[in-house]
Design a protein around this ligand. Sequence first.
Ligand code: CP
Length: 348
Amino acid sequence: MRHFIDTQDFTKTELVWLMDLIGLLKTADRDRALPPLLAGASLGMIFEEPSTRTRISFEVAMTKLGGHALYLKPGEIHLGVRESIKDSARVISRMVDAIEARTLKHATVTELARYANVPVINGLTDYNHPTQVLCDVFTMREHRPAGKPLEALKVAFIGDATNVCSSLMMICTQMGMEFVHCAPPRYQAPEAWQLIARANCVQSGGRFSVTDDPVQAVADADFIYTDLWWWVGQEAEIPERQAAFMPRYQVNDALLANAPPHAKFMHCLPASRGVEVTDAVMDGPRAIIYDQAENRLHAEKAILVAFVRPHLRLPSAKRSARHAHAIGAFLDDHQLDGAATPAAALEA
Ligand code: CP
């Protein structure tokens, strides 16, 4: 059973395959001709934190593919509270065809995957956000300069070493791209992440660096990406983080003046306008943030089809007819209280 927990679990060939599938499903969807590839399938969506894009994209993706999604909002199920993650994983697996989980701790999603008998898809943890970055690289493919190969693209991530930063540095270096993380020294990617990114580069021919100089980072960049400077639970650190990042690391017109004219701006969203990025950049001509957000929907469709469809036992017409006949005959002949049904009584 394969799960989608970390892009590091996949080869470059597999990631390219997934991106090609995103493209096909996006085109079919735009033509309103998406096949019902997951007809009758169910997705359990576990959220320990709120979400707009991940929640909506997975739910709509399931509906569009002919399936169904259940939104299990924060605090709604016994996940590790009143019931072990192991038991929850085994029980939920008996009722749905796949699990999507946004968990506070990365260990929770890996524990779910360990015990689930259905594919588990990581919808963001404190370590990474693989569905986001698969969508992001697909979006870069769409918006790269004409004729420029993916391997020649440079991505500059300006800001805190967030879970999105972690995932983006992994997938970009897996794909053979150049990735630069730019932040004040205290907020730069931990050594453990850097080791993985550098090992990816040895395999892929990609390039990876870390700097505290944003002007240097955006020079020659094709894509400039940022994320929130603080998240839920880091409120006490806001003054310290604000002082470390502002104004030097804010993505604004002055910083973008140092980037090539074709460079695009990306953000996983939600954004704090006026903090890590200005309104002018968010609403300006370089921003591709809403294309990026829409692509979450197409990416989730591809992930669901790739991981869930192989496990669906799609019945033959003959098998469906046999079951329909057996159930129909039972209902025709028996009522709940054991009496003959009116139809059977009439015929008697
Ligand atoms: N980018 C992202 O995952 O957004 P949500 O938190 O709204 O799902």
